[in-house]
Write a protein of this length. Sequence first.
Length: 284
Amino acid sequence: MTQPAISGSTRVAAVIGSPVSHSLSPAIHNAAFAASGLDWRFLAFDVAPGGAAAALAAMRSLGIDGFAVTMPHKEAIAELVDEIEPAAAALGSVNTVVLRSDGSTFGASTDGAGFVASLADAAVVPRRVVVVGAGGAARSILDALGRCESVEDVAVINRTAATAERAAALCRVGRVGDQTDLDGADLLINTTPIGMGASAGMPIDIASLRADLAVADIVYHPLDTPLLLAARQVGAVTVDGLGMLVHQACLQQELWTGARPAAEPLRRAAEAERFASESNRSPR
Ligand code: NAP
């Protein structure tokens, strides 16, 4: 579909965060707008910590239609929106804001639902789940898993026990667990940064991996984390972290424009952008 050239009626969405210069969001969202032929464009604004309220007011006065929120503003924006969806309220964290034509604001959190959608791409139906890690991303995933009918049990393993307890409480069937829970599980999800960049190590003992234990890793740099490579070696189905990123963006677009885009163009754009930024970083 042909996208109209930028004009006086072009609509604008954006991301606020700090830092945002390496964000994949502009590439992903602009690819979706282009593929759908929508007269929308997406920008990134670096907003320093403490600047969320001023940024929201600026978006309002400039007539920006919606924006994504990343670190460190997710909690502050959750306090500022006029209306908040149940998942975002449970988490106390908003990653998507819709600025309505009547001037009111609506906040949502699409991370957890985006993760669940990425499982569906790989035909993984979560039933007995082990989640490693209990930080911000884990909390959104735990909340979303609790909303999935298929999910019967979710064990949370984290190096800090108190954090694991608080995160597990967000999920309908969540509880604190340990490595032995992997024996009866059909899905393992790594939500820790272990495996990110050049970091060595595994979030679990890989002797527990089996062909019938699907493995998802939300780290997407690299795409093939050491955990996913080890899981594939024993014949397990794997789900990489780019799926979550892309699907949460599709859900954001649906909130802003009313239509959910196909995920494929967003994924291609994210992969191309990752490749370009990795090439730029490498010595010539
Ligand atoms: P976070 O809030 O800082 O939480 C990190 C969690 O990992 C905590 O539970 C922490 O344990 C645990 N952890 C950190 N380092 C560890 C280590 N060396 N050994 C054991 N446990 C460790 O971070 P987050 O925002 O949830 O992000 C986590 C990862 O997910 C990052 O790599 C991020 O890039 C990725 N992510 C991906 C997506 C996506 O769309 N694919 C979205 C969001 C985040 P303690 O509680 O003990 O500190």
